[in-house]
Every structure is written in C-alpha cells, then in structure tokens.
Write a protein that binds this ligand. Sequence first.
Ligand code: NDP
Ligand code: 8X3
Length: 252
Amino acid sequence: MAKRAIITGATSGICNAVALRMAALGFDVIITGRREERLKLLQAQIIEKYKVGVLSLCFDVRDSSAVEKAFNTLTDDWKQVDVLINNAGLAVGLDPIQNGVLDDWERMIDTNVKGFLYVSRSVLPMMVARNAGHVLNIGSIAAKEVYSNGNVYCASKHAVDALSKAMRIDLLKHHIRVTAIHPGNTETEFSMVRFKGDTERAKKVYEGYEQLNADDIADAIVYAITRPLHVNINDMVIMSTAQANTSHLLRE
Ligand code: NDP
Ligand code: 8X3
C-alpha cells in the first residue's frame, strides 16, 4: 500500500514544491489550502505526472470546525496517514510592536499557532492509533531569533518551535517522529502576503543575493522523511549562503 501524506498550505510556495516531490516519491497526498482553484490545478498536475492518489481539501486552518470536519470525513484508507506537514502559515505586516495592527496579529496567531494546533489535534490521533507516523512542522529562523519589527510573527514561530519539542515528548511512546524545519529567506508568496500585495516591497526582500527557493526547502523536508525509521531529524535551520542570521544578509 502506498504511504500517505497530509500537506497543509500546498497552494503555493514551499509546500507546493513538497507536494510534487512527495508524489514523485510515490506518496498518496492530501493537499490543503483556501484557494480551491489552485488545489484543483495541483491535484490534476500530480495525477497526470505521478499517477498517485490525491485528495484536495479546501478549508481555512483558522476555522476549527472546518478543520475537524475535513479530517473527520476522511475514509478509513486516507486515515492511515504516515506523514503530516504542518506548513500553512504567514506573516502579515512588519511594524514596531507599539504600532501593531490588531488584525495582522490575529491573522498570524490564528493561523500559525491556533490553526497549526487545530490541524495537529485532528490528525495526530490517526497516527497514535497506528503507533507510527512523522510530523514535520515548518517553523522559521523567526522561531530561533527575534528581529526588528518581527515581534508577533517571531512569537508565533517560537510557539511552533516549542510545540514541536512538546510533540516530540508526548508522542514518544507512540513511535511518532517530529521534525521542525526552520527556513531563512525563501522566495515564495510569503513577502507578497506580508506586505499585503506591495510587489515592489516584496521583490526587494530577495534582491542582491542568491535567495533560497521553495525547492531547496522541499529537498530538506524529503531528506528528513526518507531517513530510516530509527533516525529522527529533530531540527533543521536552513539559510542561503548569503544569510548569517535574520539581520546579517550579504547583498552585492
Ligand atoms: P506562501 O505564501 O507561498 O504559502 C503559504 C501557504 O499557506 C499557502 O498555500 C496558503 O494557502 C497557506 N495558508 C496561509 N494561511 C492559511 C489559512 N488560514 N488556511 C489555510 N491555508 C493557509 O509562503 P511559504 O511557502 O513561504 O510559507 C510556508 C510556511 O513557511 C509558512 O508557515 C511560513 O511562515 C514559513 N516560512 C517561510 C519562509 C519564507 O521566507 N518564505 C521562511 C521561514 C518560514 P491559501 O492562501 O490558499 O490558503
Ligand atoms: C520567514 C523568514 O526572516 O522573514 O519566516 O522571518 S523571516
């Protein structure tokens, strides 16, 4: 029987690349996101190219009932899930904390922390029931460091880091591996979302150096997933060679 993976936030960026790579490895995949048209396109692309099973689930991770319903209605076959990639997330705004926009804060906390928890709460029991599985949580270098004006985004990703460590403890007796992946600047739709559609500002984030792309992170994720069962990659921090940390970037 093929292995199965649930990949949240597959409509663009890092996990769009991950979904394609997982399908290439022969995984049946469940892809999720809010943009239904993109999910359908990706589903068709994967089926045509890799001939694996694909289920697309369109929901907002911030809606706890929608998350619960999406996973509760899976058939027993799909519930035999081997891999969960908790990736759906975003940054909104880049303001000093004293000027923070409450709606931006809520979107980040509701998506990156609460949405992450809702998905985990629905999917982890499926792994526990089988005493097997691998969870990969997409944190960030913002989970390891705090930078100017990054306040709430950094806090939300620090929560992902803490929850990854907590999962590793709670799931230990169920033989479930937990890996946290922490990318540095990676060119995706991330900056367009953070800067609310300001293309010029978003472009500048990636100018003057060779930035990471989604496939670089997908490659690291596939590496973690394909280790032998007795090996768990706990934590990976991945940056472009031009980036030393969140505040030192060599632009030439
Ligand atoms: P993208 O904006 O390209 O992708 C984000 C994905 O998350 C999309 O598929 C989006 O789908 C989904 N998503 C966002 N909000 C929701 C929601 N409320 N409900 C369901 N799905 C949602 O960015 P990346 O690929 O770069 O981001 C992926 C992850 O990587 C995020 O957690 C991000 O914080 C993290 N990260 C990114 C870095 C970067 O530099 N790019 C660096 C470090 C970490 P849709 O809009 O269709 O709902
Ligand atoms: C995305 C990378 O440095 O913008 O998580 O926080 S950063």
